[in-house]
Design a binder for this molecule. Sequence first.
Ligand SMILES: C[S@@+](CC[C@H](N)C(=O)[O-])C[C@H]1O[C@@H](n2cnc3c(N)ncnc32)[C@H](O)[C@@H]1O
Length: 197
Amino acid sequence: MGHQFHWDAKTYLELMRAEVPDYGRLQEEVAAATRLVEARAILELGTGTGETARRLLAVHPLADLIGIDSSEQMLAAASQLPEPERVDLRIGRIEDALPAGPFDLVIAALIVHHLQGHDKANLFRRVHSLLRPGGRFVLADVVVPEFPGDAITPLSPDYDHPNTVAEQLDWLEGAAFSASVIWKRRDLAVIAADRRT
Ligand SMILES: C[S@@+](CC[C@H](N)C(=O)[O-])C[C@H]1O[C@@H](n2cnc3c(N)ncnc32)[C@H](O)[C@@H]1O
């Protein structure tokens, strides 16, 4: 994943499956982590080609989804998602102002590790302010694993800045979320964070 300064939508899925053996499982865990929320409005950070969005739209048939991504080419692929009238794709960086909420769900799969630690903490506070009370933030990402031998995802030090699960749980709690790990394998984790206040 580390050499993708310019993502190639055509080879994206093939590359993910090669570099992240549990990519499919991670996507399924993200969708499952949202099931108990009756969502009408979803914000997805880092929509890419729409692999996460497709699953979210299937689980939440009444929801519309806004997807943000900095890559025009990746979003062009996501524009082929079924039911395009439910999807609003926007080019943008997650470090910048995010669409106004409130959202029932905010989802970030395999994107937040591109931010440095303090920017992650800042993002979590901003996501909190976009969620309606009772809303959920699902964060699925590459993390620094407990055992160094579990670090199997290829990373680039200039582009990928993973943190430990414990650090991210702390920042989420600091942003007034109740956060817990839903699924974890080697250097991947899915965290569900519920808006506390
Ligand atoms: C590994 S892909 C994940 C896509 C999708 N969520 C999935 O799981 O397949 C990461 C995506 O994040 C986007 N991205 C990376 N850094 C970003 C940033 N700072 N702001 C917005 N998008 C960013 C990339 O363009 C890419 O499409």
